[in-house]
Design a binder for this molecule. Structure first.
Ligand code: ADP
Length: 490
């Protein structure tokens, strides 16, 4: 199949979270199954075009935003590492900015709707230029949520796209792209679509809802999250709309791109290791402690790498911070986001200079080093669509401590000290005491029975994290979409 993969962030060019990682890994996995995949993503100022060998294809192309407005853009291309996938970059004055989603003030760009519409429309123009027919558009999250709509309406009869189908993946329903209709005035979308049955939701344009309504097949990133988003607690208002598409909804858990995340070969960590011997991991721990000016000691080291957002359940950690440190542990955090959370964590650091390191920055190298140097990895998320860090941490032998939600529920089973079964420490309710109990159980195992702890570490490192399984499921989903009869929505 000819697959066009569309995403606002793609590793190694741009990343704010898991979307960047999987927008690189899914296309690679599909190419390995023999499909013809191209990726489209915006060119941001932060992308190092020289390093990634990004070359101009054509200047001054025109993307029709509405019938009266066109946006001029330049098309760039490179080849994705370890593959033959062409990655196309759209550069225009809306997209070419430092931040991916937010400006320097940390606020959403006010022109985000037209910004991402310009991205989607430029993709169609580029494909016309390349004369590239398409079987599947795989679009991701709200930023490309309107693409299935354009595909069924404006481009529905187009020679190159008339047989194309769309797959829309919800990576996080907490971010929907909701704006007043006036923000998309330039797009000149006919009045008949701008109502709550189609593109609108409570009188506003909702990009994610548009994707859910117009896509041929809908997916999300774990089976549990596929169930959760049909409920009031997790659906963020879209639960009823999702239920209307439940027969077309699939939950597929991510794998790990082993070319990027793998303690055996990782070039960003000081010593490579695997489950046969954890000596290298110990070196990584000591290196991390030294690098972050912590005591180089045998205390259990709890790591966390995260967007500092309410979703991640960080308040549970803050509430129990003193009690956790009193267990005699070290704590290392890497994250950026909500300024209040940044400040709260930074304040905690002062009291424990030898045992606590709070790093408010985005640093991919340090992220790899924390995975390698930690004994435990914390993810007390309120909701977690899939989560990648718990997978990375298992592979790196950092035992995950997680709440039972979304992808965390699908991928981490609670450890049973009697049988030795399980892959982490799991708590169920969003409750600080329950979270602390899980941390305490974990730390006790480390301190009281190191042999059992090491056995647990080794067993989680040996799990199958490859994309093979997920790739086969994606292939089925693409086929389902391809074989779908065209159903006109309006
Ligand atoms: P989400 O997509 O909700 O942010 P995931 O667990 O799916 O959460 O993915 C997070 C990804 O982003 C991981 O690869 C993680 O290492 C990375 N990450 C998050 N914050 C940082 C940071 N401050 N520095 C480096 N990498 C980060």
């Amino acid at each position: 199949m000819k697959i066009v993969f569309v995403s606002a962030e793609v590793v190694p060019y741009s990343k704010t979270g898991g979307l960047g990682d999987v927008s690189s890994a899914i296309p690679k996995a599909m190419e390995q199954l023999g499909h013809n995949v191209t990726i489209f993503t915006p060119l941001y100022k932060s992308i190092d075009v020289e390093k990634h060998n990004v070359k101009l294809v054509k200047k001054d192309l025109l993307a029709p935003i509405g019938d009266k407005v066109e946006v001029v853009f330049d098309l760039y291309e490179t080849t994705h590492p370890d593959s033959e996938i062409s990655v196309y970059f759209i550069k225009n004055s809306y997209l070419y900015r430092e931040g991916i989603y937010v400006g320097e003030d940390g606020e959403d760009y006010p022109d985000s709707p037209i910004r991402f519409i310009s991205f989607m429309k430029s993709i169609f123009t580029s494909l016309e230029l390349l004369e590239a027919p398409v079987d599947i558009f795989h679009v991701n999250d709200w930023h490309s949520g309107l693409l299935p709509f354009f595909l069924k309406t404006e481009y529905g009869e187009h020679n190159l796209f008339k047989n194309a189908k769309s797959v829309f993946t919800i990576h996080n329903i907490g971010y929907q792209g909701v704006y007043g209709f006036e923000t998309i005035e330039d797009a000149n979308i006919p009045e008949i679509y701008l109502n709550d049955d189609l593109l609108g939701f409570h009188g506003l344009i909702n990009f994610m809802k548009a994707g859910i309504v117009y896509t041929d097949v809908l997916t999300t990133v774990s089976s549990k999250y596929a169930e959760e988003i049909q409920t009031k607690q997790f659906g963020y208002g879209l639960e009823k709309i999702i239920k209307t598409r439940k027969d077309d909804l699939y939950g597929i858990v991510h794998g790990i791109d082993l070319a990027v995340w793998n303690p055996k070969t990782d070039e960003l960590i000081p010593k490579n290791y695997d489950s046969r011997s954890l000596k290298g991991k110990e070196e990584c721990k000591n290196y991390l402690q030294d690098k972050l000016n912590l005591d180089v000691s045998d205390k259990p080291l709890l790591g966390i790498i995260t967007r500092l957002a309410t979703q991640k359940g960080l308040d549970l950690i803050l509430k129990k911070f003193t009690k956790i440190m009193d267990l005699g542990v070290q704590f290392v955090l890497l994250g950026t986001g909500d300024p209040k959370l940044e400040k709260s964590f930074k304040n905690k650091e002062k009291k424990y200079p030898q045992d606590c390191s709070i790093n408010i920055e985005f640093d991919n190298r340090l992220a790899h080093q924390i995975e390698a140097g930690s004994d435990f990895f914390l993810m007390p998320s309120k909701y977690e669509p899939c989560g990648l860090n718990q997978l990375y941490s298992m592979l790196y032998g950092a035992v995950p401590i997680v709440r039972k939600t979304g992808g965390l529920a699908d991928t981490v089973q609670d450890y049973n000290e009697e049988t030795g079964e399980g892959s982490g420490f799991v708590f169920e309710r969003i409750n600080a005491d329950k979270f602390f109990e899980a941390v305490e159980r974990a730390v006790n195992l480390y301190k009281q029975d190191k042999a059992k702890f090491t056995k647990l570490q080794k067993s989680i490192m040996n799990k199958d994290f490859s994309w093979k399984n997920a790739a086969k499921q994606w292939q089925k989903v693409y086929l389902k979409a391809k074989l779908r009869k065209i159903k006109n929505i309006i």
